[in-house]
Design a protein around this ligand. Structure first.
Ligand code: NAG
Length: 360
């Protein structure tokens, strides 16, 4: 009996011990869990306190406050910096834009309202500026348009060109260089002014010089710069979609900043119609450069028909001038340019620069 009794007692003790060990284990576990959780909340609390400190520290203006403030304000400052780096780190746009559509219908039969033109250009920034949102443009292009009293032509130009230039994924700005007064017109000098004024805005590395009345008929004719000066308006309807002569450099052309500076820019002394484009050709030929061109198919463009403007009569001196380009180009050019800026207006679709360029 005694043996059986003690064995029962032992078994009870054994169970009690087991239970106790289990309870102890449970207790430790729960304590541990709460301990860890309390650690989190204190650190969160400290963190909160810490941010609160940094935001209020500058307001208190005392030395130690700002001192610790600058030390601790690092994390909030780092966040926008990372975002900035992401934006900077945009991939370069491809060599050929995937947005191009090829041949375009261009017609000048119906007049355009400014509203219609603006509807077409939702992406534009003030001054007629644009850059692609999802890639980094390969070139920064200033488009220079010599101008006087051709508002209707400018409307067509803006209507057609802005969507094309955006599909070409260019980082660009449009500069209309308006010759003030009623003196005889000087296209090349206005182009020199455009080069100078555009560089006051932005670090452009490419310049496209375009007459206001020429519209490309194919968006694969990219308004950018190439390893040689580029002639873009190679097959104009006016000339039966052919090049009038091999050295022709009129209408629309482009030059990198480097190419432009190599030829000392353009001549300033061609007043009236004609000759300045041949002078420009002579300048680049004398520096060993050649003309780069798109194919006749891609380079098709349409000219808005008009009567010749008054005060832009053919320049009788042009043939004599052209024959002396090599002697005159070092003295006459971007280095000797002088003019008076009359006004500079940031319009929605372009930058309007009015200048007094003097008289012959
Ligand atoms: C550009 O500004 C001048 C000077 O204010 C103004 O006379 C001219 O009409 C403007 N040109 C265009 C195309 O808006």
């Amino acid at each position: 009996m005694a043996a059986a009794d003690s064995s029962v007692k032992f078994s009870v003790l054994h169970r009690t011990c087991k239970l106790l060990v289990l309870l102890c284990f449970l207790h430790i576990s729960v304590t541990l869990v709460f301990y860890v959780r309390s650690l989190d909340t204190t650190s969160a609390f400290l963190h909160h306190l810490h941010q609160h400190n940094t935001t209020t520290a500058p307001a208190t203006g005392n030395g130690t406050g700002t001192g610790t403030g600058t030390g601790r304000s690092k994390p909030p400052v780092d966040v926008p910096k990372e975002e900035g780096e992401k934006k900077k780190g945009l991939d370069k746009c491809p060599e050929t834009s995937p947005l191009l559509v090829g041949p375009l219908r261009v017609d000048f039969s119906s007049p355009l309202s400014l509203e219609l033109i603006k509807e077409n250009n939702g992406q534009l920034e003030p001054g007629g500026r644009y850059k692609p949102k999802d890639c980094e443009a390969l070139q920064k292009v200033a488009i220079i348009i010599p101008f006087r009293k051709r508002e209707e032509h400018l409307k067509y130009w803006l209507y057609y060109l802005h969507p094309i230039l955006q599909r070409q994924q260019l980082d660009y700005g449009v500069y209309v260089i308006n010759q003030d007064g009623d003196e005889i017109f000087n296209r090349a000098k206005l182009l020199n002014v455009g080069y100078t004024e555009a560089l006051k805005d932005y670090d452009y590395d490419c310049f496209v010089f375009s007459d206001v009345d020429l519209i490309p008929m194919d968006d694969r004719n990219t308004y950018k710069c190439f390893s040689q000066p580029r002639h873009l308006s190679v097959s104009m309807d006016k000339f039966g979609f052919r090049l009038p002569y091999k050295q022709y450099f009129g209408g629309v052309s482009s030059m990198s900043k480097q190419q432009f500076l190599t030829i000392n820019g353009f001549p300033n002394n061609y007043w009236g119609w004609g000759g300045e484009d041949d002078d420009i050709y002579n300048r680049l030929a004398s520096k060993g450069m050649s003309i780069s061109r798109p194919t006749g198919e891609v380079g098709r463009c349409r000219m808005i028909r008009h009567d010749r403007d008054r005060k832009n009569e053919p320049n009788p001196q042009r043939f004599d001038r052209i024959s002396h380009t090599r002697d005159t180009m070092t003295k006459d050019g971007i280095k000797s340019l002088s003019y008076q800026l009359v006004s500079r207006l940031t319009m929605d679709l372009f930058t309007n620069i009015t200048v007094d360029i003097g008289r012959p």
